[in-house]
Design a protein around this ligand. Sequence first.
Ligand code: F6P
Length: 499
Amino acid sequence: MDLVVVSNRVARAKANEPMTGGLAAALLPVVEKSGAIWVGSSGRVRDNVSKDSFAKIESLGAGALALLDLPAAHYGGYYEGFANSALWPALHSRTDLISVSQDNYQCYREVNAFMARALMRFNKPSAAFWIQDYHFLTLGAEMRELGIRNPLGFFLHTPWPARRVIAGIPHHRDLVESMLAYDLIGFQTEDDCENFATYLRAELGLEVNGGSVSSRFGTSRIAVFPIGIDVDGFAAHAQRAASHPDVSRLRKSLHGERLAIGVDRVDYSKGLVNRISAFDRLFEIQPSLKRSVSLLQIATPSRGGIEAYSNLQDELSKQVTEVNGRHGEVDWTPIRYLNKGFSQTVLAGFYRAAQVGVVTPLHDGMNLVAKEYVAAQNPIDPGVLVLSKFAGAANELDTALLVNPHDIDGMARTIATALSMPSTERRMRWEAMMAKLRAGTIHNWFAGFIEALETAHLAVGPSLLPPVVRPLRVAGGSSSVSDRRMRDPAHFAPRPVAN
Ligand code: F6P
């Protein structure tokens, strides 16, 4: 099988450069080893795109990285518009933030159709395609329409919400019906998979039996594949990082003070405001902790062209200033707040220097920072993970200190508990988490999905049916995001992001 992996964002960085996102960073080590072709956005847009607008095809480990310039006229409506102002809030159950327009949906469909045409270049009898994430829900249907009968898999990195939440998107039926063109649809957790099955039954009137669902495309499988990390690789980064200048500077700056760490994209799903409030509360209820612990919060700017994100960025800056102003001293800053990204190696070193990892999203598909924090710890003296029960990672990392991120007092008390936890308990909890991480590495995830895709394809999958009738297309229109901003190269510059 010749594997073609497709995602919007790809990782080009190496361990010593700032990384580019949870999905991209996670896939890099496995795609490199697998010999797959990894197709994604080049980060640039063009006015006159043809299906051959591959900016670059470069080697990547045993395989290749194929970077595609996307159509300028549709990019803004696709990325900032439908993907990140309609789908992202819906998938994270933030119906209050859903902003949807027919134009943006049209742009989303156009970019999916464009990607399908571009992928024809890699179509051969032995090819299998594995599509990643919510940017490409309808790509499989477009590929089937072009006559591709090869195995098509899809994995959703975000949560899949309750059926009434996704139904808040006017195009929900069109989207989910298109998803059934995939032979295999993978989710992070049982809850996500069950929500999807419930949607299929209740909204589309389909039967789901033992993870199989039949539609006009044929039969698709739905299943759970919790994504993991390269545990040993990350632990090795953490050890090596001890001598990195950034890590040494951090350690030297502590003067015996203990450190809690948070690493996130600036995103409303990450619960950053609640986390800062919990530290504010911590210093109120336990003033003795002042000067003896601080939070290093790395908050990487993300999707700044979207109002909800720029508002959050402003809110956080104000909140951090207030908390530091209230509790800080001339020689002590309670919250060290950084708006930039760091390489995987440096992050691994930071994680190891921190006695507490705080990963408290309001809702998260998995959250790989939680797994990375655990893998980076010193086995003799591991730190404590404080983890939101609403992160997918909480299903596996159940010996972390689990918190409700809406309960500020509860989080403050749990952080205090983490800081005073005896080393025997820390080791016990950490070993249990490491056992889970080793049982579900990124390598197992990758191999498990590919094996399941082959099996699903051999069953009566969509690939074995005759070409389908073109799905209903929406009316034309241009993006609601201004063309000027869409063409600004700075707007598309690769940005270092966390999870
Ligand atoms: O699943 C969501 C996700 O793809 C993450 O894996 C990743 O960190 C994030 O979204 C990246 O978002 P963007 O590409 O918009 O920066």
